[in-house]
Design a protein around this ligand. Structure first.
Ligand code: SF4
Length: 406
C-alpha cells in the first residue's frame, strides 16, 4: 500500500462508517517480566494459551449478543499484539483462527500480523503461525547494543534479532517488520547509527521507531521522578529521529507515518485503518474498539478482564446476562470538536496530510507559516508535515485546531 497515494484527510468530513467491521486487534498480555519503560497492559506470568483463548471466546460471544461491534463475514486485517504473543506457543494462532472463524480469514488479501520477541520466536512458533495463516511478523528488536538491551530489561541479546529474522524468513514470512527504540539515555552510549546499519543489514520490509518516554506509572517514570535516571537530551532525541528518517529514506523506505517506514507495498494496512478513521474491533484486556462516533476500551487488568468475560470471580458481570459479560471498562461518544481534532491529528501524522480546502482562512495561514519554517510542505491544496514537523506534531495539531474556534 502506498499511503501517500491516499487522498488527503478532509478535516470537516465525518470519518467513514461501514456496516460490519473488517479489522480486528487481539491483545496477548503475557510477558516474562516487565521492561523498564513499559506502560502496556501486561500480565507478568507464564503464558496460558488455553485461558487466553477461552477468555477471548467468551468476549466474542458477549459481543455477538450485544450486536454493536459486529464482525463482517470477511476480515481485511488481523493484528495480534501484546504483551508477548510469541510466548503463547506454536498453536496459539490456530486457536485464534478457530475462534474468529476460518471462513472470515479466507480473504486472499488478508494481512495477519503477529508480534514476537526474539527470545521466544522459535522455529516451532514461526512454522506453527505460518501454517495457521499469519503472513506478517513484527519483531520487538529495539536495539543491537547489549548494555542498552539489558538496561531496558529485554530478554534477548545482541544476536537475538539476527536469529529471529533468520527464523522468520526460513519459515516463509515475506513481510517482516522490526521495532526500534531511539532516544535512550546518554550514559548508555548507544551507537544509534550502528543500530540503524545493523537493522538495514537484516533487510526488513518495514521499520517502526519508538522514541523513549517515561510514563509516570513505569519503573523508568519513577526513576526519572526520583532523580535516579535521566532521559536523553532533546538534541539527541531529535538528532536520532532525523538521522533515522534520512537513513531509512535513502535505503528505499517510505516514511508513511511519523513512526513507520515501509518498502513499497509493505505499509501496515492494519495501522492504516487506525489512521483513516475506519472502524475496528479490539479483543482482549486493554484493547480499544472504534466505530464512529463511539470509542470504547476493555478492562486493562488481565484477571479482571478474564473474570468479566467469563462471568466468574469478583469482577463478574452481575446485570443479569446469563454466562459471561462484555469486559468493557468504559466508552465515549466523540463530539464534533473531538472528531475534528482527531482528523487533524490523523492527517498530520501520515503522508496523506490534510486538505487545506475546507480550512478557515486563519488555519490556512497557520499551515503556510509551517511551510515557511520547514515544518511542512504544501502540494497544491494539501499540506504535509516534514520530519521536523513530525517532531512537534502534537503542538501543531493543537495550533491548527485552535483556528476553528475563532
Ligand atoms: S516485552 Fe513489550 S509488552 Fe512485554 S514488558 Fe517488554 S515492552 Fe512491555
Amino acid at each position: 500500500m502506498n499511503t501517500s497515494a491516499l487522498a488527503a484527510v478532509r478535516v470537516l468530513d465525518p470519518p467513514p462508517v461501514s456496516g460490519a467491521i473488517r479489522s480486528v486487534y487481539v491483545h496477548a498480555p503475557f510477558c516474562t517480566r516487565r521492561c523498564f519503560y513499559c506502560d502496556f497492559a501486561v500480565k507478568v506470568a507464564s503464558a496460558d494459551c488455553g485461558a487466553w483463548l477461552s477468555a477471548l471466546g467468551a468476549e466474542v460471544r458477549a459481543l455477538e449478543r450485544e450486536g454493536a461491534f459486529v464482525l463482517d463475514d470477511t476480515l481485511d486485517t488481523l493484528y495480534v499484539g501484546g504483551g508477548t504473543p510469541s510466548l503463547l506457543g506454536p498453536l496459539a494462532m490456530e486457536g485464534l483462527l478457530n475462534l474468529i472463524g476460518e471462513e472470515r480469514l479466507q480473504n486472499s488479501d488478508l494481512e495477519w500480523t503477529a508480534e514476537a520477541n526474539p527470545e521466544s520466536f522459535t522455529k516451532d512458533v514461526a512454522i506453527g503461525w505460518r501454517c495457521a495463516g499469519v503472513n506478517r511478523i513484527s519483531l520487538g528488536i529495539q536495539s543491537f547494543h547489549a548494555p542498552s538491551l539489558r538496561w531496558m530489561g529485554r530478554l534477548h541479546g545482541a544476536d537475538g534479532a539476527r536469529d529471529a529474522v533468520r527464523i522468520g524468513r526460513a519459515a516463509g514470512f515475506s513481510n517482516l517488520s522490526v521495532d526500534l527504540i531511539f532516544g535512550l539515555p546518554d550514559h548508555l552510549e548507544r551507537d544509534w547509527e550502528r543500530d540503524l546499519d545493523d537493522t538495514l543489514s537484516l533487510d526488513p520490509d518495514h521499520v517502526s521507531l519508538y522514541g523513549l518516554t517515561a510514563e509516570p506509572a513505569t519503573p523508568l517514570g519513577r526513576a526519572v521522578a526520583e532523580g535516579r535516571e535521566t532521559l536523553s537530551s532533546e538534541g539527541r532525541y531529535e538528532h536520532e529521529y532525523l538521522l533515522a528518517v534520512d537513513r531509512l529514506t535513502e535505503a528505499g523506505y517510505e516514511a508513511y507515518e511519523v513512526s513507520n517506514f515501509a518498502r513499497p507495498g509493505f505499509a501496515s494496512r492494519h495501522n492504516t485503518v487506525y489512521w483513516s478513521g475506519e472502524p475496528y474491533l479490539g479483543l482482549g484486556n486493554g484493547a480499544h474498539s472504534y466505530r464512529h462516533p463511539v470509542r470504547r476500551w476493555n478492562l486493562r487488568d488481565w484477571d479482571a478482564y478474564r473474570a468479566r468475560a467469563e462471568g466468574s470471580g469478583p469482577h463478574a458481570y452481575r446485570a443479569g446476562v446469563e454466562g459471561s459479560g462484555l469486559p468493557v471498562d468504559d466508552e465515549e461518544k466523540l463530539d464534533v470538536d473531538q472528531v475534528r481534532l482527531e482528523r487533524i491529528w490523523l492527517g498530520l501524522r501520515t503522508r496523506r496530510g490534510i486538505s487545506l480546502q475546507d480550512l478557515p482562512a486563519s488555519a490556512r495561514d497557520r499551515a503556510r507559516c509551517w511551510v515557511e519554517n520547514a515544518l511542512a510542505v504544501a502540494e497544491g491544496n494539501v499540506v504535509r508535515l516534514t520530519p521536523r514537523g513530525w517532531l512537534v506534531m502534537d503542538r501543531l495539531t493543537v495550533e491548527l485546531d485552535a483556528n476553528f474556534e475563532e
